[in-house]
Structure formats: C-alpha cells, structure tokens
Design a protein around this ligand. Structure first.
Ligand code: FES
Length: 159
C-alpha cells in the first residue's frame, strides 16, 4: 500500500464516523469475508424527505482491517440523504470516497462495506460471495454474534 493511501486511511481512522450499533434501525446487514475473517455489520435508519424515503443515518461495527473501517466510515456519510436505490447504485470505488483508488489487495475491503450495504438495503439480492449472515434483533452487537450465537444464526464463510 502506498504512503499516500496509508495517510488517507489513517486520517479517516483518526476521526471515524458512525461507529457503533444503532437501536431502532429499519434495516441491518451483516457480511463476512472468508479471505481474511473480516466481518462488518451495518445499521440503516430511514426518514421521509420531500416525499421520498431517504437514509437518515447509517452506522457500522467491524472487526479487523483498517481499510474496511475507513471505507465504512466514509460510506456511511456518503449514503446519508440518498434513497436505497441511489445508495445501491454507488460503485465500490465510490464508496471508498476520498480514499481514492484502492490497490487490488484492498478492493475486497470496500466490497465488504458494499456487501453489508446490499445486505441491509436489498437482502434478497445480496452478493453471493459476501454472504448475509443474519438479521439480528435490535441491541445485538457484532461481537454477540461470535460469542453468543443465537439459535437460527448461521456463520458461513464461502470460498
Ligand atoms: Fe480483509 Fe480489509 S483486509 S477486509
């Protein structure tokens, strides 16, 4: 990873936005990545604005990789005020925002965020490679999924 990208990631991590679980979310998506064991959960809350249902706020929890956390921080800001359709139309590189182009070995970090977004906004069409894991009840954080799996919650890592 080049120094400029590393600096941009560190800048995003110095003031991460929208970290943590959200109570009363309208939609929740969770994905795991078999390549590195990274997991990410995204909570989304909608509001009515000018006759449209737009994203009021999105928050996330993540394990591990700094790039995924930086992308999730930027992406949760980027999707604010967008409809679900507009948010889903964003490309992987757009979600990475000001981080700029990611090196090939880090593209899957942004895809993890994209997968969580799809899982939350369009669960029936979530990417096959990044599998939706569960839809937890409100108040369940990502760590709970590992330490206290509930009946019916399935963690499946794909090749
Ligand atoms: Fe796997 Fe970043 S290294 S999500």
């Amino acid at each position: 990873m080049n120094d400029d990208l590393q600096k941009r990631i560190q800048a995003a991590l110095a003031n991460p936005q929208n970290m943590g679980e959200m109570t009363g979310a309208d939609s929740i998506g969770t994905v795991g990545n078999a390549d590195c064991g990274e997991m990410l959960r995204l909570w989304v809350k909608f509001k009515e604005q000018n006759g449209k249902r737009v994203i009021d706020r999105a928050t996330f929890q993540s394990f591990g990789c700094e790039t995924a956390i930086a992308v999730a921080s930027l992406a949760t800001e980027l999707i604010r005020g967008k409809t679900a359709e507009e948010a889903l139309a964003l490309k992987t590189e757009e979600l990475a925002g000001e981080l700029g182009p990611l090196p090939p070995m880090k593209i899957h970090c942004a895809q993890l965020v994209e997968g969580a977004l799809r899982s939350a906004l369009e669960p029936e069409k979530a990417e096959i490679k990044i599998e939706k894991i569960s839809t937890p009840s409100s108040g369940t954080n990502l760590l709970d999924s590992f330490s206290k799996p509930k009946e019916g919650v399935k963690l499946t890592f794909l090749d």
